[in-house]
Design a protein around this ligand. Structure first.
Ligand SMILES: *Cc1c(COP(=O)(O)O)cnc(C)c1O
Length: 217
């Protein structure tokens, strides 16, 4: 598939669910992809990218930023507290706030740095033990606490369980966001971004459908 094809499918999904053209942002997930493939997408003018690991992102993106203007980076993988500063210095958004300790670290560093990327709270909608994220039952309280720390809470994020219909999870995330007055919804990947758009996604995170399969590490 190509970037153009994915953009076309996003447009169609927006139209089908009565959403306005361009209301969904496409995050091109470039983790583990060879630099040549990323370069190709950059040359096609795409400027929003997602990375899982801070270390990989720090190694990769400063050089691209010297070459291309206006790159917006989103950290979408689990974040260790000791990588918070590096993530905040590098990225415009972090999608994986999932614990109070990390919220306090963000708040302290934001004070120090005088700036903070957009923060998304990850919700473990399937309550899967191996998956990061706040449990749905704790989400309201967690959002309230993050907001009270003055964090710029831009949205919620989820990764539905692999073998379930994702709609239920996307709807759940949308409900939690609505009742807490949160606007952003980071949901939908290569296999289900159209379903996510139908359920209100503001940001879809698409990797392999744009770049091709990831080389196993
Ligand atoms: C890898 C990854 C994606 C992209 O997955 P694809 O199936 O390749 O589109 C999206 N979100 C997160 C959190 C990821 O780790």
């Amino acid at each position: 598939m190509s970037l153009l094809e994915i953009k076309k499918r996003i447009k169609i999904a927006e139209a089908k669910s009565g959403r306005s053209d361009g209301s969904t942002k496409l995050i091109a997930v470039s983790k583990v992809q060879p630099n040549e493939r990323v370069q190709m997408i950059l040359e096609q003018g795409h400027h929003i990218y997602g990375e899982n690991r801070v270390q990989e992102a720090t190694a990769k993106w400063p050089a691209f930023r010297e070459q291309f203007d206006g790159i917006e980076l989103h950290i979408i993988g689990p974040l260790q507290t000791n990588k918070a500063r590096a993530a905040m210095e590098l990225a415009q958004a972090i999608h994986t706030l999932d614990r109070i300790k990390l919220a306090h670290t963000f708040a302290r560093l934001a004070q120090e740095m005088g700036a903070c990327p957009d923060i998304y709270i990850q919700v473990n909608t399937g309550a899967e033990p191996q998956k990061a994220g706040v449990l749905p039952a704790n989400a309201d309280a967690f959002i309230t606490e993050a907001v009270s720390l003055d964090l710029p809470v831009a949205g919620l994020m989820c990764i539905p369980p692999a073998n379930e219909d994702p709609s239920r999870h996307f709807k759940m995330l949308n409900n939690i966001a609505s009742r807490n007055g949160v606007n952003g919804l980071s949901m939908g990947m290569s296999g289900d971004f159209e379903t996510a758009i139908a359920n209100g996604a503001t940001h879809v995170r698409v990797g392999s459908a744009i770049f091709g399969g990831r080389v196993p590490t």
